[in-house]
Design a binder for this molecule. Structure first.
Ligand SMILES: [Zn+2]
Length: 221
């Protein structure tokens, strides 16, 4: 049986050689994460207490730090369509939730939306790919409750003051009945200043949500 498995693996590898998305090293063809163990080990976990958003009285938790390996991998995940990286990112997020159970003491999971034009360009919302396995693991419903009402400039091209103005009124609640009185976990891939999370959280609260907690894969603040 072992021999048959080994032959099958070699055959798959011949057809679809698999290399680590981080360092390019050849991998077992059935590797779940497409990332070798040293590359997974080089993603730094976040030991800091939750970040208090400046624009809303809300806490934001993050599983890892946005630097080095995780920064490079997130860029690949978002811009080079290596969406399978969502598997390792969401696994690390699930590990973080297991240490912070208040993150799943909630009724509903939702994500930071993309504007429909950007969604068409990218073809997927990266935050939804991270939120899916979390919703499944903890059996909490996941819904798109927000929409991006207008296109905004890329936040990383703007000063701190400009970021706030850029986002003002940019998000809209899709259906207030879905969020009314609910405790919500808002998921995004990266928190840089917290401005986007803050604006989304404020929109959810203004739309009737009872509470909002934010959770990102990585934090750069
Ligand atoms: Zn590697």
């Amino acid at each position: 049986m072992q021999a048959i498995k080994a032959i099958a693996k070699n055959f798959i590898n011949l057809l679809y050689p698999l290399h680590c998305f981080g360092c390019g090293k050849p991998l077992d063809p059935l590797d779940e994460f497409h990332l070798c163990a040293p590359c997974i080990g080089s993603i730094k976990s976040n030991a800091m207490p939750p970040f208090e958003l400046e624009t809303a009285p809300i806490k934001a938790y993050s599983a890892c730090l946005y630097e080095g390996a995780s920064k490079e991998l997130i860029h690949k995940f978002k811009y080079k369509d290596k969406t399978i990286l969502a598997r390792i990112f969401s696994k690390l997020m699930i590990d973080c939730i297991e240490e912070n159970p208040e993150l799943v003491d909630i009724d509903l999971i939702t994500v930071v939306p993309l504007h429909k034009t950007r969604l068409r360009e990218r073809e997927f919302n990266q935050s939804l790919l991270l939120a899916g396995p979390i919703s499944k693991k903890f059996r909490i419903p996941l819904k798109n409750t927000l929409e991006k009402a207008r296109k905004t400039k890329y936040q990383n091209e703007l000063s701190k003051g400009e970021r706030m103005t850029n986002l003002k009124g940019a998000f809209k609640v899709c259906d207030k009945a879905e969020i009314g009185g609910r405790n919500i976990l808002l998921i995004d891939d990266v928190m840089t200043t917290g401005a986007t999370l803050g604006e989304c959280a404020k929109t959810l609260l203004a739309g009737g949500a009872l509470s909002v907690r934010c959770f990102t894969f990585a934090r750069g603040i």
